[in-house]
Design a protein. Structure first.
Ligand code: C2O
Length: 541
């Protein structure tokens, strides 16, 4: 492969949206940020210079970072943030990877505006396994806040209550005509009748899973999380934060302007969110410019069935090599907690349900980021920064799954900790995620860094080994799995990439509340199984 160089200057930019002018943080004063292009097996070198007062890191979402964990990007997991005025050069290779990825800030809630696409083409002369589309377009779903998102995160954590909804959903940064002052702030794709287009859908939004649909048009899913799938045709998709989906759309309808709509998927009750859609246009050439766009019909916000139907239809394109013998099964509950109020001034930090404090957890442990990165502490043997006891003492029996636990954590008092799970190189790992929650259950998009994994099964209710059905033939190969509402999902992968890998809910407010843990994969034998030394310019805390 060749080497692609990019220069990222993280800067503030004055923008006017929703009748308000404010400064947002962006890269190279572009919003959404610049697209990084490469081909399979290329090396990508990006120098990130932080010209803002905020702490910044950039994560390359979906890139497996084979033997390059130092460049993964999550703050306090693999690196300290790049401080104001500092820079750091990310260097990694797209080893056997191609498709739709994205990059985003991985510190506080800066992802709200610091994101962009990372597009990796197949090697020269290697065609897609479907008819080459006439054109392709990047379609990034996002959320826009009028408040300063770094402040907002602090306020939400200090209040103990939930996060307010974004002020707008956006498509490629544009809210569209459903929002104030936005009738001209609309994204539009011009299409030639009868041609087929590939849309690269990316959900970069902070806190909301979303449906996406196009009026009167079918979409054929051909790739999910940068891996080809068997073609699956649908009129709606759900894209959780952290997920990418490529769809083919043929402009086979009468000439006109058709709405593309993005709206919320929210299965939990009593949660504040905006039930309003961001609209973009699928605009046939030849349509009268003043014609009214045909409205798109989004599923209702709590339409779990639509989500399940598409999940059921996702299959890897070819037969894949799913690990058959499992060396380690981890049972991991994911969900929200409402901790009892500990403060003497409840109005300060107990504004959650029942005067409690919102938290989130895996196996009832709230992940707390350490003061230096877990990777640095692990690599340099710096003690006291993390423990190796995830899932933790009372939960060790979850290592041996035998039917559904009816004594799963009750989520009324999560414990804090920087708990990690250490895994020997080459282990065949199976993880069963079980969605739980006291206030309400909801779909959590769980993302694993450093790996893709086979999603071999999922279902509603408690996981039960006796009734669970696993697909070991052609399951989809993903990096973010939406664990069904009150249900479970099972994944498998081979731990063949040494490093320190964050596994967390990609809804940022849940991550802030501690819905995550860290998997530490040890070095194997020899150079090809060993994480190299840290880069010299690695930021210091
Ligand atoms: Cu795209 Cu840890 O995230």
């Amino acid at each position: 492969g060749s080497t692609r160089f990019y220069d990222f200057k993280v800067q503030t930019l004055r923008v006017t949206k929703l009748c308000n002018t404010k400064e947002i943080v962006t890269v190279n004063k572009i919003f959404p940020g610049p697209v990084v292009y490469a081909q399979e097996d290329d090396r990508i070198i990006v120098t990130v210079t932080n010209e803002t007062p905020y702490n910044v890191t950039i994560h390359w979402h979906g890139v497996r970072q084979k033997l390059s964990c130092w460049f993964d990007g999550p703050s306090y997991i693999t690196q300290c943030p790049i401080q104001a005025g500092q820079s750091f050069t990310y260097e990694f290779t797209m080893v056997k990877q191609k498709g739709t990825f994205f990059w985003h800030a991985h510190v506080s809630w800066l992802r709200a505006t610091v994101y962009g696409a990372l597009i990796v083409y197949p090697k020269t002369g290697v065609p897609h396994p479907f008819k080459h589309p006439y054109e392709e377009h990047i379609v990034i779903l996002g959320e826009y806040w009028l408040k300063d998102v770094v402040q907002l995160e602090k306020q939400v954590l200090a209040s103990g209550g939930g996060s307010p909804p974004a002020d707008a959903f956006t498509i490629n940064g544009h809210p569209g005509p459903n929002y104030n002052c936005s009738s001209n702030d609309v994204y539009k794709i011009d299409v030639v009748p009868e041609k087929t287009y590939m849309l690269r859908l990316i959900n970069a939004g902070l806190n909301m899973e979303n449906f996406f649909t196009i009026a009167n048009h079918k979409m054929t899913i051909v790739e999910v999380d940068a891996e080809y799938t068997k073609p699956f045709t649908t009129d709606r998709v759900m894209v959780g934060p952290g997920q990418t989906i490529n769809v083919l759309v043929t402009a086979d309808q009468p000439i006109g302007i058709y709405s593309m709509a993005m709206g919320p998927y929210m299965s939990a009750q009593n949660v504040s969110f905006q039930n309003i859609s961001s609209i973009a246009y699928f605009n046939y050439l030849g349509a009268a410019t003043n014609s009214i766009s045909l409205p798109a019909k989004l599923p209702s916000f709590n339409d779990n069935l639509s989500v399940k139907t598409v999940m059921d239809g996702l299959r890897s394109l070819n037969q894949v090599s799913v690990p058959k013998e499992i060396d380690m099964t981890l049972f991991v509950t994911v969900g929200l907690n409402v901790n009892k109020c500990k403060s003497k001034t409840p109005q300060q930090n107990c504004q959650g349900p029942n005067n409690g404090t919102f938290a989130a957890s895996m196996n009832n442990f709230t992940f707390v980021k350490p003061p230096i990165s877990v990777l640095e502490a692990y690599y340099k043997n710096i003690e006291g920064q993390f423990t190796e006891d995830f899932p933790g003492a009372p939960l060790q029996f979850y290592d041996f799954v035998d039917g559904a636990p009816n004594n799963a954590p009750n989520n009324t008092q999560a414990l804090n900790g920087t708990k990690t799970k250490v895994i020997e190189y080459g282990t065949n790992v199976q993880i069963i995620f079980q969605d739980t929650g006291t206030v309400s259950t909801e779909n959590h998009p769980i993302h694993l860094h450093g790996y893709s994994f086979y999603v071999i099964g999922f279902g509603t209710g408690n996981f039960n080994i006796r009734t669970a059905n696993f697909n070991l033939v052609d399951p989809p190969y993903m990096n973010t799995i939406g664990v069904p509402v009150g249900g479970w999902a099972a994944i498998r992968f081979v731990a063949d990439n040494p490093g320190v890998w964050f596994m967390h809910c990609h809804i940022d407010v849940h991550q802030s509340w501690g819905l995550g843990t860290v998997l530490i994969v040890k070095n194997g034998v020899g150079e090809l199984e060993t994480l190299p030394h840290p880069p010299v310019d690695l930021p210091q805390c």
